[in-house]
Write a protein that binds this ligand. Structure first.
Ligand code: 5GP
Ligand code: ZN
Length: 139
């Protein structure tokens, strides 16, 4: 994709600190990390949305991301890690080439997800949502 910064990074037309590459995925350090070591795993094929990434490539992204999570624990003494993917501008996606964030975490790193917890309108409300989604869920 011509005007995509992540496609340019894969092609070597823009610089990056490369962390991993194989035939399907590429990983590099995020330029503005939540914590040092924060990296991005991206498909080599240009996909805007995670939903269009073929299963083999999406699986590789998750697998490599998790392996870096283990490396964070060993190399940085991280307590844990987050895997995060924003799909769509409303979800916080800024770069429109799908990417999996892999973020090293420490108990006292001072970063807090603003994670709200709503309540369903009783059991019926919860079941109604589940049924509505499952009607359109394509296996
Ligand atoms: P999003 O908000 O789309 O999920 O995340 C995009 C991420 O890409 C951000 O964390 C941002 O710091 C990172 N990013 C944007 N442009 C560049 C770049 O040119 N190089 C690198 N290494 N990271 C970038
Ligand atoms: Zn791209």
């Amino acid at each position: 994709m011509k005007n995509c910064i992540f496609c340019k990074i894969i092609a070597g037309e823009l610089p990056s600190v490369k962390m991993y590459e194989d035939e399907l995925v590429y990983a590099f350090l995020d330029i503005s990390p939540i914590n040092p070591g924060h990296l991005l795993v991206i498909p080599k094929e240009h996909h805007v949305s995670a939903s269009s990434i073929p299963e083999e490539i999406a699986g590789r992204m998750f697998h490599i991301g998790s392996r870096f999570g283990v490396a964070f624990k060993r190399a940085l003494d991280a307590d844990g890690f987050n895997l995060h993917l924003a799909d769509g501008a409303c979800a916080g996606q800024v770069v429109m080439h799908a990417h999996l964030h892999v973020i090293p975490r420490d108990v006292e790193d001072g970063f807090h997800w603003n994670w709200r917890q709503l309540e369903y309108d009783g059991d019926d409300g919860r079941t109604a949502i589940a049924e509505k989604i499952l009607e359109k869920f394509k296996k």
